[in-house]
Design a protein around this ligand. Sequence first.
Ligand code: ASP
Length: 627
Amino acid sequence: MRLYARFLDCLGAKKLEIMLDNLGNLERTHTCGELREEDAGSEAVLMGWVAKTRDLGNFTFVDLRDRYGVTQVVFAEAFSKEAHEKVKTLRGEYVIAVRGDVVEREGTHNPKLATGDVEVRAKELFILNTAKTTPFQLEVAGKENVVNEDTRLKHRYLDLRRKSLQDNLIVRANVLRKMRDYMDSVGFLELETPILLRSTPEGARDFIVPSRIQPGKFFALPQSPQILKQITMISGFDKYYQIARCFRDEDLRADRQPEFTQLDIEMSFANREMVFRVMEGVMASVFSLTGAEFEVPFPRMTYRDAMRRYGVDKPDVRFGMELQDLTGEFSDTDFAPFASVVESDGEIKCVVAKGCSGYSRKILDGLQDFVKRYGAGGLAWIKLEDGGTKSSLMKPLGENKISSLAEKAGAEKGDAVFIVAGRKSIVAASLGALRKEIAKNEDLIPDGVYKPLWVTEFPMFEYNEDTGNYDPMHHPFTSLMDEDIPLFKRAVEDGETDLLGQIRARAYDIVINGYEIGSGSIRVHQSAIQELIFKAQGLTKERAKERFGFFLDALEYGTPPHGGFAAGIDRVIMILCGTENIRDVLAFPKTASAQDLMMDSPGDVDKSQLDELGLSVTVDPEKNAGD
Ligand code: ASP
């Protein structure tokens, strides 16, 4: 049967009539990335999209593309008169099938193509479908044409024809397979947990789904399967894993999406070392895809040390430039700005930038602005130039003090020292970020190197200035370090709430190249301690019962000691693919304002749907759009 498609040729604005061929029983013999020199002499049937046509009169060349590669197909009257005529009607992105002879190219091998040693001389051409002129060209001058991201996201089906995105999604599939294979090989059982849940706290806002059958009630989408995976331990499943989709309604950042995927694991009778071994094993298996060295077991660093040495809890240890503490050098200073910092229990710290003594005033001003974004009042500097030492602090501190500071910091001729003074958290954040910024600008971060790290002993609670409560830094099911339990009891039972800030949790993160890959902990398995943690975070007994009663009950029926971890798969794939854009590793990502531009979601629903749910919308979506 033949189908007919009429369409308007946009270029010539004239009506063309294209006869579409039916696929019938025709089958591909090869993909477009498969043919090699040794296939010369055989016949091949290829199918794919027209990437490019070059009409040289007697010969017409078509680059035929599928997800495996590109093959050059040649049309000529000598090979088939009919096909040679028909090829003139092809346009970009038409879907075609070609039957032809595989021939070694004569003197025109294309080393850039895997199939570049051969071409296919077309004996038959089947036009399987036409395509409109695409809203953006997929390729320009042999290179991917990366146009405005919104345009690409709106037409994601075309964007996904790009090789680099296809490659990323292939990496993604390989990572998922490696993870499953490894977890299966060490005896973990893949269990699925529901998407329609009750709220599970991971510190973010829930996405909620109204129930029609229970009007006025809501499900929440899982922020993670945390409680359910713990319950599977109570049920005796002792080694659980899941490639779990999680949903968090947070303000988005470049590397965040409202829904993401994690490798979620939990194990019973487990201490921290056992969880570490499993995670190191699965990560080593995944990173073996890169062929690069990957250190196992991972080095470890406490949270306190990470903050002290790098200013962040996810240090990039591919390069040095650690933060140095100069506070002690100013214990009896007359320099008022520093004296007040010392008095108010602040810090004065610095980083040494190797070989940066030549930084211009303009660069220094730029770095000044940079640290101000992190709350720093300013950035002081010392430059150990060949011709002498210069410093923004020369006047108030004098030459001797400046030299001794530089020496204390370990700076040498040719280096620059950058100093920030202020509240501890601000000094850490601004110098931590500055360290990375300078390393990036100076090209100090080696490519193709993967440096994993365990960060351990996280604080259990962090003070929430808005509510005045101490919130769990990880989640409330995290157990405390044994040494800190007496302090914790004093904090909760004797009302010494301030002590909560000092309690350490048996929580740990994996950090790779400065990215937090995931976190986990040894859990609370006794309901009495669990109740105390809820109390410490300001949840009344009633409220805790209302939200987590089922879980507190479950804990009382023989809960084994257990612990686990969740690794963010999207982040891992970003690192493997060398991209900082999370949308590049997802087939159908959302924008930074949490929209799917292709489907136009979130979208409106019919009034009848709202009525059925007993809901009414009180905001004007038009007015709020674009806010
Ligand atoms: N549920 C935690 C998270 O998603 C991970 C864990 O504690 O296992 O961050």
